[in-house]
Design a protein around this ligand. Structure first.
Ligand code: DGY
Length: 312
């Protein structure tokens, strides 16, 4: 099977089909299927999902490759440096999933602190006996500090949401910058990581997974959080030591953990299934119809640019 553009998914919306109309040699093949491997030698562009890691060996098997497009903003599953060395463009989808991801982080925060999943399960079980003064109480958020790791667009969008709840955003970024961040609804300080952790009643992760940020929240870092702190991770699982987080939940040191991402996903560390005060979602950060359609459009535009004019 030969293909100029080799995609593992039709994506959402018409964008990929439209790209296929411009560049007729477009093929769909499941990631790492025999058909996918067979098409690599002729492929000039690949389209992959965030769950489909590309290795340097794949680049070697694809000598005609001009671009890899990922249907995600994150590029941690791609050999970015090797692509740069070989002049292969990496096309991702920044800027268009900012609000969707910040919204989902907020949904996790409220689900966790207002015990939405437990309440829903109680009603569905038929065991609910009625309103009670101390039923399913959770911590309030107004007036508390919200630590945000990453001051990119999603971190800023989450800060606006935290601010709207009456929280006080504080930032850390991987460049280790000081000063203030203008998050659109106000200004907030950038702090050293240890200082931010020590004061964050809520900690939300919004930085990319890189060699520098992998394991950023190790056990020692997690232990710096105030007792009862809540962690929300809609970024990447590898940022946090998940076993340490479960230990701290089980001991009552952490107040809750809301996850949309997992180290090694779709495998989920089975300890999460038993963990108290954890809300677990299946990587839904960008999962709105509009966002996924816009991501597909942006990705396909980037690929068309990288491929140049369609051959007739
Ligand atoms: C991405 O696009 O990298 C996000 O993880 C989607 O939720």
């Amino acid at each position: 099977m030969s293909a100029r553009i080799l995609s593992t998914s039709p994506l959402v919306g018409p964008a990929l089909a439209e790209l296929g109309a411009r560049f007729p040699d477009l093929r769909l093949a499941s990631f790492r299927s025999p058909e996918w491997h067979a098409a690599l030698p002729q492929a000039e562009a690949l389209v992959v999902l965030l769950s489909e890691p590309i290795a340097e060996a794949d680049l070697e098997a694809a000598p005609k490759l001009k671009a890899i497009g990922t249907y995600s903003v994150g590029v941690n599953h791609l050999p970015v440096k090797a692509c740069q060395t070989r002049g292969i463009a990496v096309v991702n989808t920044p800027g268009v999933l900012t609000d969707a991801t910040a919204d989902l982080a907020l949904a996790l925060l409220l689900a966790l602190t207002r015990r939405v999943a437990e309440g829903e399960a109680l009603v569905r079980s038929g065991a609910w006996k009625g309103w009670a003064p101390d039923q399913l109480l959770g911590p309030g958020l107004a007036g508390k500090a919200c630590g945000i790791l990453g001051s990119g667009p999603i971190g800023l969008a989450f800060a606006r949401r935290a601010w709207a709840l009456g929280m006080t955003p504080v930032f850390w970024d991987r460049e280790g910058r000081g000063g203030e961040v203008d998050f659109g609804a106000g200004r907030a300080p950038r702090l050293p990581l240890a200082d931010l952790l020590a004061r964050s009643a809520v900690l939300s992760l919004h930085c990319p997974l890189t060699d520098q940020t992998r394991g950023l929240l190790d056990r020692a870092a997690l232990e710096k959080l105030p007792k009862g702190a809540v962690i929300i991770n809609t970024a990447r699982g590898g940022l946090m030591d998940e076993n340490a987080a479960v230990d701290l939940l089980e001991s009552g040191r952490l107040g809750g953990v809301g996850l949309d991402v997992y180290e090694g996903e779709p495998r989920v560390n089975p300890r999460w299934f038993q963990a108290p005060r954890a809300v677990l979602l299946p990587h839904l950060g960008s999962a709105t119809v509009e966002t996924r359609e816009t991501m597909a459009r942006l990705l396909c535009e980037g690929l068309a640019t990288a491929l140049g004019s369609p051959s007739r």
